[in-house]
Design a protein around this ligand. Structure first.
Ligand code: LLP
Length: 430
């Protein structure tokens, strides 16, 4: 839960607003963002990583309001598509504070980034070097670039969000020599200004050894480039991926702990290799956005099923599901939830909270003990849905995407409005 959440006589409140009032005003399902919490987590990274730039990874959750919060708290913004870049520009994020990622950026996306003058482009393929050569020549500009490298570490996380082992699509392999080859190609391009190397090992990572091993391996390459190619690289990016608590079993590190470890490793390693410490940057997304938000649902139906051995499980259906949170279905992600609209003394029963979509994999919370009297009309709140829920939302079953409401100091405002069926029909031009 975010810092601003409390329960008053069984009713969940956030920054002084009751969820009963929020549901009445904005409907359900709704993502409710505790704006101060989002800002505080952004600031915590900025304060902990002293002297470094913090690029918020917009893929976790992005809209104009969130982009403004990021800038106001002193962070930069990482975007990974033309669409995310468009949001950043609409929010008036200074282009010099934007970094562009992507393993297959189109020429149109690169062109736009160069035209507005983004602060850095993180190169991910040989083809991209060619595209940038042509575009920088045509536009008469120099592109500040970094090279994304693969350190060959196995991050302890779900296979789909692990990105630094060799057998996946991102980056240039260090051990295979591709990374050094990419450096040579980039420095040979007059239109490209190589700022440094970039490494991102994956997402929702708790075991920090992976970050440490990756930092060491990439720094070794950094030193080799500086020494043997005589190319100064002033910057170094350690990526994001810092895990958050989805359930009480998870035990995440604080930004201060992460900074303590990582800044020391970089300093020690550079001293050992006799090179200057480069200007560092990191790219947290989930750890800033994730805990700031809960999803508010209304219960529609419930039923009990008998399990082998005589136990039973209650299925509680809510008015959203895999269209607003695909993470349980995609990554087997675990969430928790609470009855948010009233107190209950009813004994807790094993419950599975499910959505309204036409699939049995449409699970919101796999196992939760909810009061046995939870019934239609009750509100349930699922915490930790600020990252990769709205940004991965779909219109499956032609369900309009949910609204995002930000609450601060007892004031609630829509920052992304709910889609309507009309919005969806507008696209249907057949
Ligand atoms: N930097 C790069 C280059 C990335 O690819 C990512 C995430 C981040 C930073 C931010 O990682 P974070 O700090 O948020 O973990 N949809 C998945 C997560 C995909 C992450 C993709 N890249 C999920 O819901 O778990």
């Amino acid at each position: 839960w975010s810092d601003g959440v409390a329960k008053v006589d069984g009713v969940l409140t956030v920054a002084g607003e009751s969820v009963v009032d929020l549901a009445a005003e904005f409907g359900t399902p709704t993502y409710v963002v505790d704006e101060d919490d989002f800002r505080r987590r952004a600031r915590a990274f900025k304060d902990a990583f002293v002297g470094a730039d913090v690029y918020y990874a917009g893929k976790a959750f992005l809209c104009v309001a969130a982009a403004r919060w990021i800038v106001e708290e002193g962070l930069n913004l990482d975007v990974c598509s033309g669409g995310e870049l468009a949001v950043a520009l609409k929010a008036d994020v200074p282009p010099s504070r934007i970094g562009l990622h992507g393993n297959n950026k189109s020429s149109a996306e690169l062109r736009r980034a160069l035209e507005v003058g983004v602060g850095r482009i993180i190169i991910d393929s040989v083809e991209e070097i060619g595209r940038l050569r042509e575009l920088t020549a045509e536009l008469g500009v120099t592109a500040p670039v970094m090279i994304r490298v693969t350190a060959g570490v196995e991050a302890h996380t779900h296979e789909y969000i692990s990105t630094s082992h060799e057998d996946q699509k991102f980056g240039f392999s260090i051990s295979g020599g591709d990374a050094l080859d990419a450096v040579r190609r980039v420095v040979a391009e007059p239109g490209l200004d190589l700022r440094g190397l970039h490494s991102h090992i994956g997402s929702q990572i708790f075991v920090t050894d992976g970050f440490e091993v990756a930092a060491r391996r990439v720094l070794r390459l950094h030193a080799e480039v500086e020494r043997e190619l005589g190319v100064a690289m002033p910057e170094f990016d350690l990526g994001g991926g810092f895990g958050i608590a989805y359930t009480t079993q998870d035990d995440p590190s604080t930004p201060a702990d992460l900074a303590g470890n990582m800044l020391k490793i970089v300093a020690d390693e550079c001293a050992a290799m006799g090179i200057a410490v480069p200007h560092l940057s990191i790219e947290p997304g989930r750890a800033i956005a994730g805990p700031s938000t809960f999803t508010l649902y209304e219960v529609g139906t419930s039923k009990s099923v008998a399990l082998d051995g005589g136990a039973s499980r209650r299925y509680v259906s809510v008015d959203g599901g895999m269209s607003d949170n695909i993470r349980p279905a995609l990554y087997g992600a675990d969430y928790s939830c609470t009855l948010a609209s009233r107190a209950s003394d009813a004994p807790a029963v094993l419950s599975r909270v499910v959505g309204k979509h036409c699939e049995s994999g449409d699970i919101v919370v796999k196992d939760e003990f909810l009061p046995g009297d939870v019934a239609a009309g009750d509100l349930l709140a699922v915490p930790g849905t600020g990252a990769y829920c709205r940004s991965l939302a779909s219109n499956y079953n032609h369900v309009p995407r949910a609204a995002v409401v930000a609450v601060r100091d007892g004031e609630a405002r829509v920052i992304l409005r709910r889609e309507t069926e009309e919005d969806l029909l507008t696209l249907d031009v057949g």
